[in-house]
Ligand binder design. Structure first.
Ligand code: FBP
Length: 537
């Protein structure tokens, strides 16, 4: 037998801190908090049954008798640390409410629902997954449930399994799936309610109610450890510029958070670039200016953070990507014809890009119609454009320095690591919340926990109607209802905090070295929340 990993075993024993309201789950009830305003008529017409439901708040009540429940759970989309704790929280709560209740995990994401592929999740089976990273207990997938055949297959599966509830653990697109299924099941008088759980490392599933999605905290801590280590190597060797691209899809939340945790010389915030309509050449100049200023100080090294979604926010490339999305979604257009079908301006933008980036922009979209930004090597593109710009400046005698750049991409290594204590506690409580919403027969709700910067004991529990989080967006060439993505708010306290310090960090090397996530020891080491969360409250 292979030797056991001592950290894995030790983490299995960690007992997540439960909010006090969840500590006696027999003695709680959901109360209607407020009706969400019915402003969006288009969304209402698409979700006539589930639109306009009230927000639910969990409060203490006298003891009540709980029914036996059969519940299905599915992971949808990219991995995010803490997912296994949603399952253990859900299972523990269901069993506490009624020991005869049963939980089933759909395999490999939403596809498992369509094909009726699942396994029963028992206490024995989930034990070794407590407080562990990854989604490997049941796997995940990105299948979008949209056709009438999909809806019929999903209904068939939940009816055959006699499920009382289906819990969808996912990001904006997956919670959109949850809203669609909930409406469909209700329209067919199904007894199965559908509940969403906010997951994504990207941090873009947040709104007035949901302060953060799970997985963001752990991913940013893992990336920040690596960035801090690179910064220290950089400061020691003093010979390289490190261009570090960070995962996070469209939004720059991860780049901002890691910037706050490590104080690099520059963090590009895509949302700011879009607002000031900076072209690729202007972004190149901005980086080249930093290199020149630092060279004047005798510093030919530095650390620059780049959000992976940056490319979509550069105005001319954003337009190009939108045009490509429309053309690629049209199956009647041959791939070879696509470039010639672009508008004149977009053709120019396309041709100006290195061949490799051109190919990456033409790659297949994900099942939700999103361009796969993690495959576009923006960090290499910027190294190339900055190198060219510096060569020009060298020739014109406007720069005297040495520029040697290295590229990094931090992404997949941050999604499945051991969850931080914050994500362990948060996910376990989200699992409990899902069980309680199902007991209440609430459908089309997202589990929501507020007060996340406080001690977990004081966290408050809400159910938020999914339809009130939706808007209409263009996907695969069509207008579709989707849960609204939250981009970095340029008026937020966290962004303004960064703005206040960035000039200082640019020239002086005030790097921070956060080190690895801590699981043992003082609470201020083990139980911290993300910088952005604590600054923005
Ligand atoms: P979710 O939105 O599904 O949580 O996924 C987030 C993410 O990690 C993005 O940051 C990244 O762009 C994408 O997934 C990568 O997708 P894949 O895992 O399919 O390569």
């Amino acid at each position: 037998m292979l030797p056991e990993n001592p950290l894995r075993k030790a983490r299995e024993k960690y007992l997540p801190i439960l909010p006090s309201i969840l500590q006696q789950i027999d003695n709680v009830e959901w109360v209607k908090e407020e009706k969400v305003s019915l402003e969006n008529e288009e969304i209402r017409s698409l979700f006539p049954l589930t639109f306009g439901q009230p927000i639910l708040r969990l409060q203490k009540n006298k003891s009540n008798k709980n029914r036996l429940l059969r519940v299905g759970v599915v992971f949808s989309g990219g991995q995010a640390a803490g997912g296994h704790n949603v399952i253990t929280g859900l299972l523990d709560a269901l069993i506490l409410l009624n020991p005869e209740s049963r939980l089933f995990g759909f395999l490999e994401g939403p596809e498992g629902i369509l094909k009726g592929k699942y396994k029963e999740l028992t206490k024995e089976l989930v034990q070794s997954y407590r407080n562990q990273g990854g989604f490997d207990l049941i796997g995940s997938g990105r299948t979008k449930l949209e056709t009438s055949e999909h809806l019929a297959s999903a209904l068939n599966t939940v009816e055959l399994m006699q499920l009382d509830g289906l819990v969808i653990v996912g990001g904006d697109d997956s919670n959109t799936n949850a809203a669609i299924l909930s409406e469909h099941f209700m329209s067919k008088n199904s007894q199965t309610v559908v509940i969403g759980v906010p997951k994504t490392i990207d941090g873009d599933l947040k709104n007035t109610y949901v302060a953060t999605s799970f997985g963001f905290d752990t991913a940013c801590k893992i990336f920040s450890e690596a960035i801090g280590n690179i910064a220290r190597d950089c400061l020691s060797a003093k010979k390289y510029y490190h261009f570090i691209k960070l995962m996070g899809r469209s939004a720059s939340h991860i780049a901002l958070e890691c910037g706050l945790a490590t104080h690099p010389n520059m963090v590009l915030i895509a949302e700011e670039i879009a607002e000031s309509k900076k072209t690729l050449q202007q972004i190149t100049n901005q980086i080249a200016d930093l290199v020149c200023e630092r060279a004047e100080m005798g510093k030919n090294f530095g650390v620059i953070l780049i959000p992976e979604g940056l490319i979509e926010f550069i105005p001319e490339i954003g337009i190009l990507i939108q045009e490509l999305n429309h053309l690629l979604a049209d199956s009647s257009i041959d791939n070879k014809e696509i470039v010639s079908r672009l508008t004149e301006d977009s053709q120019k933008s396309f041709i100006s890009l290195p061949e490799k980036i051109q190919q990456q922009l033409l790659l297949n979209r994900d099942p939700h119609g999103n361009v796969q930004v993690s495959f576009i090597e923006t960090e290499k593109l910027l190294i190339e454009t900055v190198t060219q710009e510096l060569k020009r400046r060298l020739k014109d005698e406007k720069y005297r320095g040495a520029f040697s750049a290295l590229h990094h991409f931090l992404g997949y290594e941050g999604r499945a690591g051991f969850p931080s204590n914050f994500d362990c506690n948060y996910c376990y409580a989200l699992g409990y919340t899902a069980a309680l919403l199902i007991t209440h027969k609430a459908t089309g709700y997202m589990c929501c926990i507020t007060g996340l910067t406080q001690n977990p004991i004081d966290w408050q529990i809400l159910g938020i109607p999914l339809t009130c989080l939706m808007n209409l967006e263009w996907r695969k060439g069509k207008k579709k209802p989707v849960i609204k993505k939250a981009l970095v708010d340029l008026c937020s306290k966290s962004f303004n905090f960064y703005k206040q310090y960035r000039n200082e960090w640019k020239l002086n090397d005030h790097y921070l070295y956060p080190g690895p996530i801590q699981f043992f020891g003082e609470k201020q080491l083990t139980d911290t929340t993300s910088y952005s969360l604590s600054i923005d409250v």
